[in-house]
Design a protein around this ligand. Structure first.
Ligand SMILES: [Zn+2]
Length: 380
């Protein structure tokens, strides 16, 4: 979107600058997205019921180790899910004008990330099945520890091993944008070289930046889609927000949060596996420690995380709010922040009701974030 925005004095005046057709499309995209969360879980359950019926894993388990059974299961489930994923993550993004990526490029990226996941999760699965056999009553606590370590390792390695496979990351080109960002970085005590740009427009036209990595690998990456549009004030506001994530170690807190939820989900799995197997007449899947039961295990974890949606969204909204406050206090660009937020209004309905925001929004709504920026400005 290249709509020219002008400074305004109230949240209402800001939101009124979003063209009506953009508002309608964003509302449609956002509400559809809530259903996508539910349907993705249901599609996952249906696929697992199908794999369970086929009984392939029951035949395979005598010939292969748990890690291999998992890899076969994962790639089978991924293939069955592909038409749905194509609709939800490729076709829909293009339909709403949020991506220009071709199907071939999308498919090859999906396949690469599926291979990454298959290998990583196969290692986790192997460890978990070993723990289930050795500690049948407390395996879920130990597995929580193992998966936390894995989440933290993957988060730390992502900028080094995973992200470069999908995008090109480069130092910011010399110029006023780099100078503006460099000043913010110095003020926060971050090496300026840790703030870089990447060709995010390859996958998505979203106006966005993100922090990835942990400790020495932590960095802030700004999409070229943002750099091409942002004024200096907007850029300072956005990068100030990302620096907030960086200095408050939000990546690490999120990893802890997800690990805690995962441990709780493992406990649910521990309690619900046998009743679910009985309910579905799936005695052939064997006990919990048998990898032939992977579809049952997956159904329980999928439904657990569907139930956790308001919690995971609450976790991310919390850190987003903290990062906004950090940006206001340090970059001191309330107008820049409000304008930058307006530019994200093409993929987020700007002003949802409180309950809708609480249940479904992984970021605070644009209206509330602009209101905070303007309140901050009024106070200073
Ligand atoms: Zn953020």
């Amino acid at each position: 979107m290249n709509t020219q925005f002008h400074p305004a004095t109230s949240t209402g005046a800001y939101l009124a600058q979003i063209p009506a057709d953009v508002q309608l499309r964003a509302a449609d995209y956002t509400h559809g997205g809530h259903w996508i969360v539910l349907f993705s879980a249901l599609v996952g359950v249906a696929i697992n019921l199908l794999i369970l019926r086929l009984r392939w894993l029951s035949r395979l388990r005598w010939r292969a180790r748990a890690g291999l059974v998992f890899a076969v299961y994962y790639l089978l489930a991924w293939t069955l899910d592909l038409p749905w994923a194509m609709y939800a993550h490729w076709w829909r993004e293009r339909h709403y004008g949020l991506s220009q990526q071709g199907l071939g490029a999308w498919l090859s990226e999906s396949l690469i990330s599926a291979c990454f996941s298959a290998v990583l999760l196969a290692v986790v699965a192997m460890l978990m099945y070993a723990l289930m056999r050795r500690a049948p009553r407390t395996w879920w606590i130990w597995s929580g520890g193992v998966t936390s370590a894995m989440i933290i390792a993957v988060t730390a390695l992502a900028p080094v091993v995973i992200e470069p496979v999908f995008n090109q990351f480069q130092p910011l080109p010399a110029g006023s944008q780099r100078d503006a960002i460099g000043a913010l970085a110095r003020q926060a005590g971050i090496p300026a070289g840790q703030i870089i740009s990447y060709d995010g427009s390859k996958q998505s036209s979203r106006y966005t930046a993100h922090v990835s990595g942990l400790g020495g690998s932590a960095r802030i990456a700004v999409s070229d889609a943002l750099l091409a549009q942002a004024s200096e004030a907007e850029l300072r506001a956005v990068v100030g927000h990302e620096i907030g994530h960086y200095v408050m170690h939000h990546e690490l807190w999120l990893a802890f949060g997800y690990s805690a939820l995962l441990t709780f989900a493992f406990w649910m799995l521990h309690r619900l596996y046998v009743p679910l197997a009985r309910l579905l007449g799936a005695a052939h899947a064997g006990p919990l420690s048998d990898p032939a039961g992977l579809p049952l295990l997956s159904i329980i974890l999928t439904l657990s995380f569907l139930l956790f949606t308001p919690i995971t969204n609450g976790m991310t909204r919390l850190i987003e709010n903290q990062a906004d406050v950090y940006s206001l206090e340090h970059a001191r660009e309330p107008q820049g922040m409000a304008l930058a937020l307006l530019r994200t209004a093409d993929y987020r309905a700007a002003d949802p009701g409180l309950l809708e925001e609480w249940l479904f929004y992984d970021h605070p709504s644009i209206a509330r974030r602009i209101q905070r920026a303007l309140d901050w400005q009024a106070r200073h």
